[in-house]
Design a protein around this ligand. Structure first.
Ligand SMILES: *[C@@H]1O[C@H](CO)[C@@H](O)[C@H](O)[C@H]1NC(C)=O
Ligand SMILES: *[C@@H]1O[C@H](CO)[C@@H](O)[C@H](O)[C@H]1NC(C)=O
Ligand SMILES: *[C@@H]1O[C@H](CO)[C@@H](O)[C@H](O)[C@H]1NC(C)=O
Length: 620
């Protein structure tokens, strides 16, 4: 320091004029910099456009000085214009929604939660998620004037309700909006915390950013009473054909939470890879995972299950057997036809592989797998045992299996192989029941085994739920309904989101082309498929089989198409996709705002010019 002062003195005394010039230059530079910084963010110009509600649609109009005071921004116009509130999925009952908003302060959001200490961390996580969603509304805007009323969010739930998320969890809620002179008040009443969570999701969609005034606004007064039509509202993802990081799965669950889907059906293993880490059988992952890093550890599964719970999503594990097994089992000598060629003779896609039901030790291994899965997935109250696409040709290609069957006095006919399959299923179920210690509902895919005359011989309808993947019009669906089975609908012609890309075992298109648009997903009605047995349909799932997708294109395969399913299952509107279209476009923006790489459905012009894009049918 001293040295520096002396240097300065010496410098100034040596050449006073230079010294003063430099000092003045420095001062001018500082003042200049301050002026530039102060001027760097002048208030942005207001947008060029405002919207007016005319004949139930928001019409784009010029915004200028003469109308700026009364001008309405697009999201505010959409809140009140036309029949539908822009909430997705549409609530089952909107009792009242007064056409006015009140501005609220982002920094003034307060939660009043019930005093339930044991689940405080669950409440906090739910509240934080809401706060982040509000944060996301202003993240990409021209800035926020954080002024207005405080927003008070009051929750009430049934004190004696269950805090576990189960297949029969009550998801109803009632949301009431009101205001006092300095507060906007949102009251959310629900039976369970999960219903309350749904109410909060709806509330977040009734809060909009007004880009004319650069402020957050919430609907001032109103009441919504809401509950889902179907209990089972799911998405299936296959993490065996390709691997998905836990981070990308969390993003999937985030998006599910936005649209109140409640089941993440995790098809975790298949013949292609075995990413599930099991302490009892490390060889399955060692030889089965694509790389040592492309695995799901017990910790990461537990973490994901908890993450999903905060978002009202149950994780439904599937262990698909006896087919769809292969990689990972190399050291066990418990499979048949593994990677056998030409694969077309033994399975539906390479690599082939099926468990060999005749190996005694197999059922001990299955019991170990079930035990660990049951534990990692936090004692689920439903389990999926797969059971699809068993190939007789595969089993019949094994001399060991043939010998075992003949020794039992069986023949080698189709029905004998069905018998073998039934034998496998009984033994596997017995081991699962032992692990769970109770008789849980079991889901199985439609297959030969679920057809007449086998199905009621091998699958007890009080235990088994059948997940349909054939077309909705397949008469076998009616057979199952008549026999009294409960169904989950995943008809591939409307709900397989992997359809419609290029082929991967040949050129041309993949097996279930063409691509399924959101409109088809929206108009696929489980109640129509059910015919006279509507109460036997538990719900529906859209499936993404992962031959041609991994985490890098995950978002755009599911979204926003899965949102169409979500609304079909939540409120099952009597209307078609046409009535939902303009809301869907707004909803797609909401997904993007929340970090979901949802596909664009139309030019953004169509969003800004409501209903000017669809072809108007002549005479309509
Ligand atoms: C302001 O915009 C309105 C349409 O919204 C238009 O009729 C009016 O001529 C415009 N006024 C000016 C001064 O540009
Ligand atoms: C609260 O939950 C308990 C247990 O589920 C139930 O018996 C009771 O009827 C519920 N109370 C109300 C007011 O719904
Ligand atoms: C199984 O293979 C044997 C020959 O090894 C054949 O006779 C029999 O028809 C086959 N069974 C079926 C169902 O294809």
């Amino acid at each position: 320091m001293i040295l520096q002062k002396e240097n300065m003195k010496r410098f100034c005394s040596a050449d006073k004029i230079t010294c003063y010039i430099i000092t003045v230059l420095i001062i001018i530079t500082i003042i200049g910099a301050v002026i530039i910084i102060l001027n760097a963010t002048p208030p942005p110009d207001p947008p060029a456009w405002r919207y007016e509600c005319q004949q139930n649609r928001c019409v784009k109009m010029e915004l200028n000085q003469s109308n700026i005071d009364t001008a309405i921004s697009l999201p505010v116009c959409r809140l009140f214009c036309g029949e539908n509130v822009p909430v997705w999925p549409k609530p089952t009952e909107t009792i009242r929604l007064d056409p006015s908003t009140v501005r609220i302060k982002k920094s003034g959001i307060n939660f009043r939660r019930p005093s339930t200490r044991s689940v405080d961390s669950l409440w906090s996580a739910i509240e934080n998620r809401f706060t982040n969603q509000i944060e996301a509304k202003v993240a990409h805007t021209t800035g926020l004037k954080d002024e207005g009323k405080n927003l008070i969010i009051k929750f009430s739930v049934n004190e004696s309700s269950n805090y576990n998320l189960e297949s029969y969890t009550d998801e109803r809620y009632k949301l009431s909006l009101s205001q006092t002179s300095n507060e906007a008040i949102a009251e959310i009443k629900a039976e369970t915390i999960y219903g309350a969570r749904h109410g909060l999701e709806t509330l977040s969609q009734l809060i909009v950013y007004d880009d004319i005034r650069r402020e957050l606004q919430v609907v001032a007064e109103g009441e919504i009473s809401d509950s889902p039509v179907y209990k089972h509202r799911g998405l299936l993802l296959d993490t065996s054909r390709n691997y998905f990081s836990v981070e990308s799965l969390k993003r999937l669950i985030d998006a599910m939470a936005i649209v109140k889907l409640n089941v993440f059906h995790w098809h975790i293993t298949d013949s292609h890879s075995f990413p599930l880490v099991l302490k009892s059988h490390p060889d399955l992952t060692k030889y089965g995972a694509y790389t040592p890093k492309k695995v799901y550890t017990p910790e990461s599964i537990r973490d994901l299950v908890q993450y999903a719970r905060v978002r009202g999503v149950r994780v439904l594990p599937e262990f698909d057997a006896p087919a769809h097994v292969g990689e990972g089992w190399q050291k066990k000598d418990m499979t048949a036809c593994f990677n056998k060629q030409p694969w077309q003779d033994y399975c539906v896609e390479p690599p082939c592989g099926q468990l060999d039901p005749t190996v005694d030790g197999l059922y001990d291994v299955l019991e170990d797998i079930y035990r660990e899965m049951y534990d990692y997935f936090d004692s689920p109250d439903i389990f999926h045992m797969g059971g699809d696409e068993v190939s007789t040709g595969c089993w019949n290609s094994s001399e060991r299996i043939q010998k075992w069957m003949l020794a039992k006095g069986w023949k080698l006919e189709e029905k004998d192989f069905i018998e073998l399959w039934g034998y496998f299923q009984d033994n596997a179920l017995e081991r699962f029941d032992k692990v769970a210690g109770r008789k849980l509902p079991i889901i199985m895919w439609t297959s030969h085994l679920t057809e007449k005359p086998f199905v009621d011989k091998y699958l007890d309808k009080s235990r088994y739920i059948i997940q349909i993947w054939t077309t909705g019009a397949d008469p076998k669906v009616q057979d199952l309904l008549e026999l009294g089975y409960k169904l989950i609908v995943s008809n591939y012609d409307a709900l397989y989101l992997d359809c419609g890309f290029g082929g991967w075992v040949n050129d041309g298109n993949n097996w279930c082309s063409p691509f399924i648009g959101w409109q088809k997903v929206y108009d696929n009605r489980p109640d129509k498929i059910a015919g006279q047995y509507p109460s036997q349909i538990l719900g529906s799932e859209a499936a993404l089989w992962a031959e041609q997708v991994d985490e890098y294109t995950l978002d755009s395969r599911f979204w926003p198409r899965a949102s169409a399913l979500a609304e079909r299952l939540w409120s099952n509107p009597d209307t078609t996709w046409r009535e939902a279209e303009s809301r869907m476009l707004m909803h797609r923006e909401r997904l993007v705002e929340n970090g979901i790489g949802a596909e664009a459905l139309q030019p953004e012009w169509c969003l800004q010019n409501e209903n000017d894009c669809p072809i108007i049918k002549s005479g309509a």
